[in-house]
Design a protein around this ligand. Structure first.
Ligand code: PLP
Length: 320
């Protein structure tokens, strides 16, 4: 604000360089949201060949479904297994029929299928999982394209924003053109105003400065939750030591009932996904429906006051 330069400028460039080096990709293009990054990623692939059938998880954020539909493609739902990662056999069975696949690290837990070979381009979505790692490598380096979100509630959130990353210079170039309608050529399949302002880039950089310490705090808090629910029938979904602990997801017999009890006790419990994407499109998937019935997402905040921690302790030791 003091510099007087609030439009896209040098801070956006710095944010791009910083995130590219954090996730190990060569090219980064800052945009106005993670949703835009997903849509622009798909449009950049449309430049290279047909993108008619896009595989997406059945139990995931709605932004995926809207991005696929905005590009005129058909979403093909991939069901989840009991741990909310994709059902590997089912996903592999349809892989050859897909033109593109979007893989999400659900609620910050690691989706190991990002490291598998796919017969189509892979978009790796690290909106919820930024800062995590798998197999010794940072999340976000596995796909042909990866996308991140800087929305306030996300682990790298400043206030608003997103990013597309790739090792393919032409993809980055096309997305750079598509994010700025005024200079985009009409041969592109799409263009709009999707730039990130330097104000939002500055806020995201501020969050990146604290992201490592926040992750350590969330991990320590998750260990407390583990102990507090150990005697209950609820069981936590395994994050794995290198996940980013964005949310603490548990499986219970009746999620609606547990969410009601936890909320009465002062905890902001919620369904990890309110309506499975597959159900929204009238194509319900069994694993996603079971996840909707049984999974509860608990807030895992980096900074919890003693009083908040006491509320959480009381709720987890009595409501489950
Ligand atoms: C997995 C996932 N991808 C993409 C997005 C979209 O990001 P944004 O809110 O920046 O548009 C979200 C947002 O909730 C998300 O959870």
């Amino acid at each position: 604000m003091q510099s007087g330069h609030t439009a896209r400028g040098p801070l956006c460039e710095s944010l791009q360089d910083r995130v590219a080096s954090l996730v190990g990709m060569q090219h980064a293009v800052a945009v106005d949201s993670g949703s835009s990054a997903l849509m622009l990623a798909l449009f950049s692939l449309i430049q290279r060949g047909p993108v008619k059938r896009v595989g997406i998880p059945a139990y995931a954020c709605r932004a995926l479904l809207h991005a696929v539909r905005a590009c005129g493609a058909t979403p093909v739902f991939m069901d989840c297994a009991g741990d909310l990662r994709l059902d590997k056999a089912a996903a592999q069975a349809i892989a050859a029929t897909l033109d593109t696949v979007i893989l999400v690290h659900p609620f910050g837990m690691i989706e190991p299928l990002v490291a598998e070979a796919w017969p189509c381009p892979v978009i790796e979505d690290i909106a919820q999982a930024a800062g995590g790692a798998f197999d010794g490598k940072p999340l976000g380096c596995f796909g042909d394209i990866s996308i991140a979100s800087f929305y306030a509630t996300k682990p790298w959130g400043g206030a608003y924003g997103g990013m597309l990353l790739s090792n393919d210079a032409r993809i980055a170039e096309d997305v750079r053109a598509m994010r700025y309608a005024d200079s985009a050529g009409i041969s592109l399949p799409y263009a709009g105003n999707h730039q990130l302002s330097d104000v939002h880039a500055a806020l995201a950089m501020g969050r990146l400065d604290t992201a490592g310490a926040e992750l350590a705090s969330r991990r320590a808090m998750a260990e407390k939750y583990d102990a507090w629910i150990a005697d209950s029938p609820a069981h936590p979904l395994n994050c794995g030591g290198t996940a980013n602990y964005f949310r603490y997801v548990i499986r219970v017999a009746d999620a609606d009932r547990s969410i009601g009890l936890l909320r009465d006790a002062g905890v902001g419990a919620a369904h990890p996904v309110n309506v499975p994407l597959s159900r929204l499109m009238g194509l319900p998937c069994k694993g996603a429906e079971t996840a909707r019935q049984e999974c509860v997402s608990l807030p895992l905040l980096a900074a919890m006051s003693d009083e908040e921690e006491r509320i959480m302790y009381r709720a987890l030791t009595t409501c489950l």
